[in-house]
Design a protein around this ligand. Structure first.
Ligand code: PHE
Length: 512
């Protein structure tokens, strides 16, 4: 018997927990600041409706039907597409390895929040708190420098992750009640404080009033579409896994719309927090599009200027980093859950043991981020995965569903048990078959051209060398693409010991 969500809300909250993460808290406000506030939000909203929601619906409903994780679901659509599912699993594995490192930095800042006590007005000291503790060199040197506080927090991060998912849907369903509601409460508290600050309205206006001239910047379009992708947690194995635990009478259309709108709402709420506090502390112009510097270098400077009371500022720091902890943890564990579901489905393994093995191995791999080179490595891996592999996986999934499988069957599955509110075919079919793949392929080409124009080396301006781009960028992409072949090899070895692969067609996999 396949595990199931204990209730409809358990599934919705788990999916929201995965979607809502650091991308909402800092990437979204940073991009809005960079691209004319409301103008960016407008494009983001349109991309969500045309590209994001159809893909999310497809992933969840196909997995509900097949009751399998990403590779099994893709295999059911078309045998040769199983490899696409494994690329999605690789995405989850690679992203979770560095997401855990960011999570560890957040935990560390949470523990260090008491230090804000004596720093009122001292922006200089606030800006170096994180940097001094992580001992980052800023480039690819310093593999022998180890930050022990980060090391400790990283172990804690993986232990927390394992504890949350050790019993699959049973534990996840309980944890997400807290990890989804607590950050919303924290954000509302911070938004109130932000809105009460003198000058806050200037920030509010900057966030919502569109500067339409920004639409002429092609990078706005690229970043808005990329953000939709990252934010909804699609193209990873996550939404397949979560969808596969649904019962056949669930309502995919309404649930997906709730998930996507909750994700957008929380991005806007985080935007209000960021823009009003920054405006209130006179730092609106300092907002950066880079999430890491916002959370660890710029925002700490705003914290020490939030009020004249040391204690108040310290409490604010605790709330801020606590909020980030609760935002990040359910995104992190969703990725591990996505990978462990896929692997245990394929090889008929005990899921709990698979989860433990994944946490241990990924934990070991993430140790690279406790070294002095950690920040530069993270920056590189993050760029390559987000600009290429994630989007490529999405395109491949949609082409399989749109061209190699009868797309109307998927639409029927989406619209099963939905009552009146159905996904219209004039919206879903053209999106999956033509519009989204075309836009996304354009996006990848655009990213490649931009990279080549900058000399073909990501981070060249920061002094990143070519070898680092190859090792932490291209090699990871190639490894992801080859993951399907690696799995095939393992299947071959195992079949000599009597292992047989599951093979079900769409019609067989259906509900009896
Ligand atoms: N959606 C998450 C965020 O916005 C990141 C994430 C991506 C989590 C993919 C899981 C899978 O932070």
């Amino acid at each position: 018997m396949r595990e199931k969500w204990s209730s409809r809300s358990a599934f919705i909250l788990a999916a929201i927990g995965s979607a809502v993460g650091l991308g909402n808290a800092w990437r979204f406000p940073g991009l809005a600041a960079k691209y004319g506030g409301g103008a960016f939000i407008f494009v983001y909203f349109i991309a969500m409706i045309i590209i994001g929601i159809p893909l999310l619906m497809m992933e969840i409903s196909v997995a509900r039907h097949t009751r399998l994780g990403a590779p099994g679901s893709m295999r059911t659509l078309r045998k040769g597409s199983e490899g696409i599912g494994w690329i999605a699993v690789s995405n989850s594995i690679f992203v979770s390895i560095y997401y855990a490192a960011v999570f560890a930095w957040i935990i560390m800042m949470f523990f260090m929040s008491y230090k804000f006590m004596g720093l009122t007005g001292n922006t200089e000291a606030a800006s170096t708190l994180w940097l001094d503790t992580v001992k980052a060199t800023g480039d690819f040197s310093g593999f022998d420098i180890i930050s022990w506080p980060v090391f400790g927090c990283l172990i804690l991060a993986w232990v927390l992750c394992y504890v949350c998912i050790r019993n699959g849907t049973t534990t996840v369903g309980k944890v997400v009640k807290f990890t989804v509601s607590l950050p919303v409460i924290c954000l509302v508290i911070m938004a109130f404080r932000g809105l009460m600050m003198p000058g806050a309205m200037e920030g509010f206006a900057k966030l919502f009033i569109p500067d339409w001239t920004a639409l002429a910047d092609s990078n706005l379009w690229v970043d808005a579409i990329g953000q939709v992708f990252y934010s909804l947690s699609t193209s990873m194995a996550v939404m397949f896994a979560y969808g596969s635990f649904l019962s056949s009478d669930s309502n995919v259309v309404t649930d997906t719309v709730i998930i996507a709108f909750a994700d957008m709402f929380i991005s806007l709420l985080a935007g209000i927090v960021m823009f009003t506090t920054m405006a209130g502390t006179g730092m609106l112009g300092d907002m950066s599009a880079s999430g890491i510097s916002t959370a660890f270098i710029i925002y700490p400077q705003a914290i020490v200027k939030i009020s004249d009371s040391s204690v108040f500022n310290m409490i604010f720091a605790f709330i801020f980093y606590f909020c980030l902890i609760t935002l990040a943890i359910d995104s992190l564990f969703s990725m591990v859950e996505g990978a462990s579901t896929a692997i245990s489905d394929k090889f008929h393994l005990n899921k709990k043991k698979t989860t433990l093995a994944l946490c241990i191995n990924e934990g070991i791999a993430s140790l690279i981020f406790v070294t002095g080179a950690g920040v530069a490595i993270l920056d590189t891996v993050d760029y390559f995965i987000n600009s290429y592999t994630l989007i490529m996986t999405g395109v491949a999934e949609m082409i399989t569903a749109g061209w190699f499988f009868k797309t109307t069957k998927i639409l029927d599955e989406i619209n099963r048990n939905t009552g009146k509110f159905k996904a219209p075919s004039w919206w879903f079919i053209p999106s999956i078959r033509i519009i989204s793949p075309a836009v996304l392929i354009g996006l990848i080409i655009w990213n490649i051209i931009t990279l080549l124009k900058s000399g073909g080396i990501y981070g060249a301006a920061d002094g990143y060398p070519l070898w680092a781009n190859i090792v932490f960028g291209w090699c990871i992409i190639i490894l992801s693409i080859m993951s399907g072949l690696i799995v095939k090899l393992v299947v071959k070895i195992r079949s000599s010991k009597g292992f047989t692969e599951d093979d079900r067609s769409w019609d067989d996999a259906g509900y009896s």
